[in-house]
Write a protein that binds this ligand. Structure first.
Ligand code: ADP
Length: 629
């Protein structure tokens, strides 16, 4: 055990937390023998996928003489530790795997870590550019905080957080003030290093002065968060929920949630934090990678017992005790949608920098791992989002002291294979082509991804609505074909449930910052950048008619220098100079406050967005007329 207040960090295997960046790919020999695997994992016409596999083998005809549908091709050469689950999914789908990559383009590229694992110019990649950066603890806290500023009630599912070292003194001051106001308040805080995973470096404190400076906060910034002291317990143990969420598309926004997830249990009975038990990791942290080292850890052979269970088994149990599990689910869905709405503006900035509209590039989708804690009163709280949730379906078993072997984990396999397989079914390029074709037919529009940043959000919503209507009302032959394909393959119904745009009407009012991002992107100018230069900022002010006698261009320059310098001194990204996205948001909120003092906060921002969009539309119209002239 480390010094008081610190949580020890035993040797850890990988599963369940975020995949640590750069984790090595499994060498081929580590895969279970094909025959054994085939027996365990059911039907699949292909043998193990080979390197340099034949393309379009056979005569291209089904046994009955019908022309065979070309098989979807998947490059799995960068799949790393998600490889096993991916292989099973591809076999179930009868898709063609290229484990060593392929000279010709593939339909889908499956990356284990990030978007930037390859140069890809077409097809689909299972990662968004910038997602890893976006869900780091500090960036996520900032993105949620922006939304908490505008919509405090809607975003109260994220514990109050401070960023260290930038806000150390502010944190101390705020807590002192709160304690003075209410001397009976005895809070606990959890300190989490930025970019950490698997509970690495996490510790609990009772007082801001207990933050450990050894190792240097400067070298390892962190987030300090209010600790949720009253979690829901099952069998007297604290547990959290890992839910899989598919971000299928950023524009239009499409979100799916897996109907089942995993519950990871602590291995010591829970007690509310006291100075004596603060350092007991097995009581306070639910990380699998930590608890597996406890003598009390129970490997689960079925979904209802042990230290890792399916979330559905927990819901069943709660339901039998009279809990309204439908309400729990709808609160979780709402938490997921709101969190993604908080992430999308900056993700769009990254996206356009990597794949500017007009440049050939792949489209993206991504499976995210949401870590959620249910409080005693059943309110779900967001702990973190993982860009690379572990997709490993085996766990380490200690055969004799110090000797470990990888053995299959049925609980992991049940949940994770379904998530990967059904993600692939949803992004199936053959179905996608049909969808695009129908959009083109009905509306004369181009492929949605092509005009990503070319239209206003309203137009995109219109297209999205139209698309949904179109799919709902799709011609019978097409639906029949899809159903029969699914039946032929003997696949179960989808485990992923669409939640957006399905529930868009309830949440669209929260998408204000997305529109601010569209303004930021418009003025970024140079392709491949994520920071706004002084000229870009001046042009934004001028084109949106924001400068007047009360706010001269000299004041604009001072505002730019002030905010940009402060954000750049926080040392997030020194590679580029200029105003980063978060700094622009601060400047925008400042301008909104200045211009619409009398309005409540969200209306100030909404009014300024309307004002800017109006002037830019007028300008575009003028340019169009001049162009025609
Ligand atoms: P990591 O990425 O290192 O796993 P997390 O943010 O997921 O970091 O935190 C690790 C564990 O600590 C969580 O699984 C949860 O059990 C516990 N935890 C994290 N934040 C809180 C919090 N605010 N209140 C209570 N428990 C928390």
């Amino acid at each position: 055990m480390e010094p008081p207040g610190a949580l020890p960090r035993p040797h850890s295997p990988a599963p369940e937390a975020a995949e640590p960046p750069g984790s090595p790919a499994l060498p081929a020999e580590e895969h279970p023998p094909a025959a054994q695997e085939a027996k365990r994992r059911g039907p699949g016409p292909q043998g193990p996928a080979e390197c340099g596999a034949r393309v379009g083998a056979g005569d291209g005809r089904e046994p009955g003489g019908r022309a065979r549908r070309p098989r979807v091709t998947v490059d799995s050469s960068k799949a790393k530790t998600s490889l096993e689950a991916l292989k099973i999914s591809l076999r179930q789908l009868r898709w063609k795997e290229f484990p060593c990559g392929r000279r010709l383009p593939c339909d889908i590229y499956w990356h284990g870590v990030s978007f930037h694992d390859n140069d890809i110019f077409s097809g689909q990649v299972n990662k968004f550019p910038g997602m890893t950066e976006m869900v780091r603890k500090i960036t996520l806290s900032r993105a949620v905080r922006t939304m908490q500023y505008l919509f405090p009630l809607e975003y109260n599912f994220y514990p109050r957080s401070w960023i260290l070292p930038d806000e150390s003194s502010f944190f101390e001051k705020e807590i002192r003030m709160m304690k003075d106001r209410d001397p009976s308040w005895k809070p606990t805080f959890i300190v989490k290093p930025d970019g950490g995973c698997q509970g690495d470096g996490i510790y609990l404190i009772k007082d801001p002065s207990d933050i450990r400076l050894t190792g240097g906060l400067q070298s390892r910034p962190a987030v300090v968060q209010e600790y949720i002291c009253k979690p829901l317990l099952v069998d007297k143990l604290k547990f959290d929920i890992r839910l899989y969420v598919l971000l299928k598309s950023l524009e239009p926004l499409e979100i799916y949630i897996a109907k089942d997830g995993l519950s990871r249990f602590c291995t010591e009975p829970y007690q509310e934090p006291t100075l004596k038990n603060l350092h007991q990791v097995f009581m306070h942290l639910t990380n699998y990678s930590l608890n597996i080292h406890s003598g009390n850890f129970i490997h689960s052979d079925n979904a209802n017992t042990g230290s890792k269970r399916t979330f559905s088994s927990i819901l069943c149990r709660l339901s039998s005790k009279g809990v309204d599990v439908k309400k729990v689910w709808s609160d979780i869905i709402s938490l997921v949608i709101k969190t993604i709405i908080a992430l999308t503006p900056e993700l769009k900035v990254y996206y356009q920098s990597d794949i500017p509209s007009g440049k050939p590039g792949p489209t993206c989708f991504q499976i995210l791992g949401f870590d959620i804690l249910l409080m005693k009163n059943l309110k779900p709280m967001l702990l973190e989002v993982n860009a690379n949730p572990s997709m490993r379906i085996e766990h380490e078993k200690e055969l004799s002291p110090g000797v470990f072997e990888n053995v299959p984990s049925p609980v992991d396999e049940e949940v994770k294979v379904a998530v990967i397989r059904d993600t692939l079914r949803l992004v199936d390029p053959h179905k996608q082509k049909k969808k695009d074709y129908w959009i083109l037919q009905e509306h004369g529009y181009y492929k949605t991804s092509f005009f990503f940043f070319c239209c206003s959000s309203q137009t995109l919503e219109h297209v999205s609505d139209a698309k949904e209507e179109l799919l709902d009302a799709g011609p019978p032959e097409r639906l029949d074909h899809d159903v029969s394909t699914a039946l032929e393959a003997g696949l179960p119904s989808l485990c992923l449930k669409q939640v957006f745009p399905k529930y868009a009407k309830q949440f669209n009012y929260l998408r204000l910052v997305d529109r601010v991002a569209a303004l930021f992107i418009r003025f970024l100018g140079v392709k491949g950048t994520t920071k706004l230069g002084p000229t870009g900022f001046r042009t934004f002010i001028r084109n949106c008619k924001l400068s007047n006698s009360n706010f001269s261009m000299a004041s604009v320059d001072i505002l730019y220098i002030d905010i940009t310098r402060r954000w750049n001194s926080m040392g997030i990204d020194h590679k580029e100079s200029g105003m980063c996205w978060q700094a622009f948001v601060e400047a925008f909120f400042f301008l909104a406050q200045k211009k619409y003092k009398s309005l409540p906060l969200p209306e100030q921002v909404a009014s300024l967005i309307d004002f800017c969009e109006y002037h830019l539309a007028v300008l575009d119209e003028k340019r169009l007329v001049c162009g025609r002239g």
